[in-house]
Write a protein that binds this ligand. Structure first.
Ligand SMILES: Nc1ncnc2c1ncn2[C@@H]1O[C@H](COP(=O)(O)OP(=O)(O)OP(=O)(O)O)[C@@H](O)[C@H]1O
Length: 305
């Protein structure tokens, strides 16, 4: 079971959204990480067969996906980023409708829908109209429809946006189990959501895959580049000017512990920290560090973690 992308490119007018991407995707959960506009959705839509690459080819077990037709749709599950529901349908009616569109047998799909309603904790809202659901619930309905046909390839574009922390954990566990002998590709900005379940990650920037590797391999690249230091609150502004601070923590004594990225420790008082996948992400996408700092400064005295 192998999904293979060979020198795949796609442009919109003169904007190269995906630029010469080659990737071999094997069973397991894959995280596709990248900032806004990196090209993740465009890449996923090409894998889903919705968009045609301008150049290159995508094959599944050696056969071009565009020549697989119906057979490819049968083994494919897709949660798009923008998901158009039928708002007046109830959750159950919608899932039954989607199952029929996918050509699933009614008896089998009824059992499957029951199972998915339970796993995705949608049982209580199964008779509610979709229009009345919260954003997180709608997202879960979207995940349920993508799983209906027990796909061999599951593509989920930003599946965790809108889910609360409890739902995120359940979703992670569900996917880890599901991906045992299937290909699951998840795009996200929420790095901790893939950190513990992704077998491998591909990092996209400006249409290109700039890093691939298992989470421990990628995290290793940040060894010796993550530090922390306890500083007086009044010194924060100075530190922010010279360092890439990725996290702030208020201490009970009024000081602040900063976590920062750099090629070397800034002072003798800095302590080396265990890197996380998010540190690599923020290292590769420094603009996200700036956004984070502003957000944290906005919350009186920084954010606790
Ligand atoms: N249909 C389209 N027409 C024109 N430009 C597009 C279209 N789809 C995407 N683009 C452009 O291609 C680039 C990549 O967009 P894409 O949506 O694939 O990125 P992304 O990594 O999924 O971003 P996000 O996380 O914000 O969804 C962007 O510059 C975007 O503006």
């Amino acid at each position: 079971m192998e999904l293979c992308l060979e020198q795949v490119s796609k442009s919109f007018q003169d904007n190269r959204a995906v630029d010469d991407v080659s990737l071999r995707i094997t069973p397991g959960v894959w995280g596709l990480l990248g900032a806004n506009g990196a090209g993740k959705t465009t890449l996923m839509r090409m894998i889903a067969g919705i968009l045609k690459p301008d150049k290159g080819r995508i094959t599944y077990d050696g056969i071009r996906i565009d020549s697989l037709g119906e057979a490819y749709r049968d083994i494919f599950g897709y949660l798009p980023q923008e998901f158009g529901f039928y708002p007046e349908f109830t959750v159950r009616d919608y899932l039954e409708y989607m199952a029929a569109l996918k050509g699933l047998k009614p008896g089998w799909s009824r059992r499957k829908i029951g199972e998915l309603l339970e796993t995705l904790t949608l049982e209580e809202v199964k008779n509610k109209k979709i229009v009345r659901l919260s954003g997180g619930m709608k997202r879960r309905v979207g995940i349920a429809q993508a799983l209906l046909n027990e796909p061999e390839i599951l593509i989920l574009d930003e599946p965790t946006s809108g889910l609360d922390p409890g739902e995120r954990v359940r979703f992670r566990n569900l996917l880890s189990e599901f991906a045992h002998d299937r290909i699951v590709l998840i795009s996200t900005h929420i790095v901790p959501d893939v950190e513990y379940i992704a077998m491998k990650n591909a990092v996209m920037k400006d249409g290109k895959i700039i890093e691939t590797g298992t989470t421990p391999e990628l995290v290793k690249r940040m060894e010796g580049k993550v530090f922390s230091e306890k500083i007086p609150a009044r010194a924060l502004a100075d530190y922010e000017k010279k360092l890439r601070i990725v996290n702030l923590k208020n201490e009970p004594d009024g000081d602040i512990t900063i976590r920062y990225l750099g090629d070397r420790p800034e002072t003798e008082d800095s302590v080396s920290e265990e890197p996380r996948l998010e540190d690599l992400y923020l290292w590769l996408f420094p603009q996200n560090t700036d956004g984070r700092k502003k957000e944290e400064r906005g919350t009186k005295g920084g954010k606790r973690r």
